[in-house]
Design a protein around this ligand. Structure first.
Ligand code: GDP
Ligand code: IMO
Ligand code: MG
Length: 447
């Protein structure tokens, strides 16, 4: 076997691998940052989640909503990779490819790679997602996106009823579909809350064979490809989906998604070891939002919450559900920034806060009469905690036309400084609107 190239052995700084992860409950505007950073990279890699994500990229007047395809697909000459840790609904991948092609995005046949290890979402996963959400102990729904994500990951770990992309090209694919349908039908009949139509293996096989044929030019061993790329000094940008507080192990369990959406998921989802990732950018909305059920200590169920929702257009990219809104929770974000080992933060949607007399930041919690400064592990405590707020001055000025920090009112600068101090990481990007040009790079990202 050939020796690894010298560059691969030079340690952490040999290859600039960068990762963008959300530090809250998703929708922090990761898609926008990935799009901004893509031209500095050779590869953009989605490594977990699936079409539960909705990443918005605005290019001039055009707005793209990407659920499965990496946000890098909009930049010519960059290879976009859906790595093995992603769960893929092939119909959705085809729909996004077709939509992009119809809007003039070129080179997709060549530039998009799909891992043969990625798991396939099949019709029973949607049925299970519909039937099982709401099954958590206290009766409150997780409020999943109903995209079959949890059931597909569960089958992946369970192994006996899973289908990977590579399986669709093997002779036993038909038999596998038949066996899984035979096992799933009685279970679905028992758990369905709607009229149950038994799964038809012949129809499913035919449909997925057509998907497999269509996507065949994209499918390859992306782990091998990415390792070779990293070892030869190519620049990799990893695009996290969801947010760290939705991480299946470290988030507000069980009100989470089914993958490792914090920094801990990068290597297991992509196959690229951590030593190749030397910059982690944590994306923070200037306030907080959450879609679906689960604890949200700083939630504002009042006129201020509605003000944030209206100004931030806080309606789900995937499901259009109104997002729950609240003040920035610096205790939670400090926790996720530490968990992700973030080197810098990007503060997004700062423009939304204009017009408020005062802005509150949660700096601690009260739990059972005690003040705590860590994010508690159990959902019961996450529900019980009462935020302790610090008040900072608001500002009236519109920020959307600002192109440098020197144009900001003092109060906005002070807010950024305080957020950086509380979270424990420097601010290297500030966003004041959805457009590419409404982005201010500072510190390490400016160079
Ligand atoms: P993602 O899932 O993290 O990529 O975020 P989403 O795309 O779901 O949600 C972010 C939303 O905020 C999108 O509609 C973006 O176009 C929009 N957006 C991004 N940055 C800014 C910003 O700085 N200000 C405002 N007002 N909107 C922004
Ligand atoms: P992006 O990448 C916001 C939430 C769902 C639900 C929970 C579990 O756009 O930030 P799932 O369908 O994953 O089993 O749902 O996770 N959720 C998201 N919330 N942004 C996302 O993705 C999300 N992906 C999943 O609302 O509460
Ligand atoms: Mg989103």
């Amino acid at each position: 076997m050939a020796a690894l190239p010298a560059r691969a052995l030079q340690g952490n700084n040999a290859v600039p691998g960068t990762c963008v992860i959300g530090l809250q409950w998703g929708d922090e505007a990761k898609g926008k940052i990935v799009d901004i950073l893509t031209p500095r990279n050779d590869f953009v890699v989605r490594y977990q989640g699936g079409a539960n994500a909705g990443h918005t990229v605005k290019v001039g007047a055009e707005v793209y909503k990407l659920s499965l395809l990496p946000s890098g697909v909009l930049t010519p000459g960059v290879t976009s990779v859906i790595a093995g840790g992603v769960v893929i609904n092939p119909a959705k991948a085809i729909e996004e490819l077709d939509e992009l092609a119809s809007r003039g995005v070129q080179g997709l046949e060549r530039n998009l790679k799909i891992s043969d290890r990625a798991h396939v979402i099949l019709p029973w996963h949607f049925a299970e997602d519909r039937a099982l959400d709401g099954g958590v102990a206290d009766g409150e729904n997780i409020g999943t996106t109903q995209r079959g994500i949890g059931p597909c990951y569960r089958d992946k770990v369970g192994r006996s009823q899973a289908v990977r992309f590579g399986d669709m090209y093997r002779p036993k694919f038909r038999e596998r579909i038949e066996n899984i349908c035979a096992a799933k039908n009685p279970v679905l009949a028992a758990i369905s809350r709607e009229k149950f139509e038994p799964l038809d293996p012949a129809a499913i096989y035919k449909q997925y064979q057509a998907f497999a044929d269509r996507l065949a030019p994209h499918v390859c061993d992306t782990t091998e490809m990415l390792l070779t790329a990293a070892e030869s000094g190519k620049r990799l940008l990893f695009e996290g989906a969801q947010g760290s507080l939705l991480d299946v192990d470290h988030g507000t369990y069980p009100y989470v998604t089914s993958s490792n959406s914090s920094g801990v998921g990068i290597s297991n989802g992509s196959g690229v070891p951590a030593k190749y990732i030397n910059k982690i950018i944590g994306v923070v909305k200037a306030y907080s939002t959450r879609v679906g059920g689960g604890p949200f200590p700083t939630e504002l169920d009042n006129a201020t919450g509605q003000y944030l929702r209206d100004r931030g257009n806080e309606y789900g990219t995937v499901t259009r559900r109104p997002r729950r809104c609240g003040w920035l929770d610096a205790v939670a974000v400090r926790y996720t920034a530490r968990l992700g080992g973030v080197d810098a933060i990007a503060v997004m949607l700062l423009d939304v806060l204009s017009g408020l007399d005062e802005i509150l930041i949660c700096t601690a919690y009260e739990l059972d009469g005690q003040r705590i400064t860590h994010f508690p592990a159990h959902v019961d405590d996450q529900r019980k905690i009462k935020p302790v707020y610090e008040s900072v001055a608001g500002w009236k000025e519109d920020l959307t036309a600002c192109r440098s920090l020197t144009e900001f009112p003092d109060a906005a600068l002070k807010y950024l400084d305080r957020v950086s101090e509380l979270v424990g990481a420097p601010v290297e990007l500030v966003s004041v609107g959805p457009g590419r040009e409404q982005t201010i790079l500072t510190g390490g990202l400016a160079t």
